[in-house]
Design a protein around this ligand. Structure first.
Ligand code: UDP
Length: 141
């Protein structure tokens, strides 16, 4: 399997719960390396741009409001099959449907406050990584 990079965001609910370290250790224990990371409080413009693909969806405004409700932790994960591996570790979008032991099953409350974001395909991973990190701030190891 190829080494990939994927974009991960620990959302405001999980940052507020003080579980950044617990989520990072799941990445590390499953062969994903953190090769870039940054804590930030997104502006409305940044959050709307990031989720532009969802702008016609009924939940768009609530999603943006939630993503700017507190600081987030944004990271690039690198490893074999990183995109699918991170999605597996995250679990289903709705934590009630997420498999036991996944990040969303363990740390998320609801479909809108669902703890983490992860890129869903190589094309979106490339766009999302470039949205937050210039290439020179990614420290491939
Ligand atoms: N979302 C929501 N309500 C929905 C569907 C999605 O609030 O009915 C939010 C949720 O936070 C989700 C994000 O929109 O994580 C992006 O949706 P997507 O379908 O891409 O889910 P993901 O890839 O995050 O599992």
């Amino acid at each position: 399997m190829a080494v990939e990079r994927t974009l991960s965001i620990i959302k405001p609910d999980a940052v507020a719960k003080n579980v950044i370290g617990k989520i990072y250790s799941r990445f590390e224990m499953n062969g994903l390396k953190i090769v870039a990371a940054r804590m930030t409080h997104l502006s409305r413009i940044e959050a709307e741009g990031f989720y532009a693909v969802h702008k016609e969806r009924p939940f768009f405004k609530d999603l943006v409001d939630f993503m700017i409700s507190g600081p987030v932790m944004i990271q690039v994960l690198e490893g074999e099959g990183a995109i699918a591996k991170n999605r597996d570790l995250m679990g289903a979008t709705d934590p009630k449907k997420a498999a036991p032991g996944t990040i969303r099953a363990d740390f998320a409350e609801s479909i809108d406050a669902n703890a983490v974001h992860g890129s869903d395909a190589p094309e979106t991973a490339a766009v999302e990584i470039a949205y937050y990190f210039p290439a020179l701030n990614i420290y491939s190891r």
